[in-house]
Design a binder for this molecule. Structure first.
Ligand code: AMP
Ligand code: ZN
Length: 214
């Protein structure tokens, strides 16, 4: 099964992608995580994308597409995969179609998580993550046992640079102008399914499985 997860920043795509990955036994591919990993390792790509990412802008289509192409050449994607945060522009969506066609594959569903803008801002502004293991928390909705520290390794939690209010505004803008048009793109092809992204992670997972007929 090949799934694409759409939705504004803070819609809970990452959380659902992880749950679905476990449930379906297929890899979770997050271009945001891949870029953050490049940044942390200080690779050439990491250096190229650092400033634009921190400011909440989108990385160029060329860099992003090349990274995804490489990822989809690995053997673990054979049973299917979940794309979280890609595609984010029509150019990327068209590129992905061509790439999948060349591999003799096609997407099964583009799931769009629908969440009101106020809620999204609330979710993002409370998000904290562990710089050591990547665990993600929320100050009120999913707090760590000891405020400010990771449950797993006790590292001090941080707020992502792009989760800071001024950068969140930029991300919402990018979403509205460049990514939201993808809903139309997938709807026209009969591949879009909208899921109400409000409630507990488990509740949203149940709604997702229903849409997938599982
Ligand atoms: P995310 O964790 O999905 O919100 O991604 C974090 C940041 O990585 C985004 O704000 C962009 O700067 C960059 N990024 C992730 N995926 C893409 C993509 N498909 N196209 C362009 N930039 C991306
Ligand atoms: Zn940790």
């Amino acid at each position: 099964m090949i799934l694409i997860l759409l939705g504004p920043p803070g819609a809970g795509k990452g959380t659902q992608a992880k749950l679905l990955s476990t449930e379906l036994g297929i890899p979770h591919i997050s271009t945001g995580d891949m870029f953050r990993d490049h940044k942390a390792r200080g690779t050439e790509i990491g250096k190229q994308v650092q400033a634009i990412m921190d400011a909440g802008g989108l990385v160029t289509d060329d860099i992003t597409n090349a990274m995804v192409k490489e990822r989809l050449s690995r053997p673990d994607v054979a049973p299917g995969f979940i794309l979280d945060g890609y595609p984010r522009t029509v150019v990327q969506a068209e590129y992905l179609d061509g790439l999948l066609r060349s591999l003799g594959r096609s997407i099964d569903r583009a799931l769009s998580y629908e969440v009101a803008e106020e809620l999204v801002v609330e979710r993002i502004s409370g998000r904290r993550s562990c710089p050591r293991c990547g665990a993600v928390y929320h100050v009120s909705a999913n707090p760590p046992k000891r405020a400010g520290y990771c449950d797993r390794d006790d590292a001090e939690l941080v707020q992502r640079e792009d989760d800071k209010p001024e950068n969140v505004r930029k991300r919402m803008q990018e979403y509205g102008t460049k990514t939201e048009p993808l809903k139309r793109y997938y709807r026209d092809r009969g591949e879009l399914a909208e899921v109400e992204g409000v409630g507990t992670p488990e509740g949203i997972l149940a709604a997702t499985k229903k849409v997938l007929g599982r």
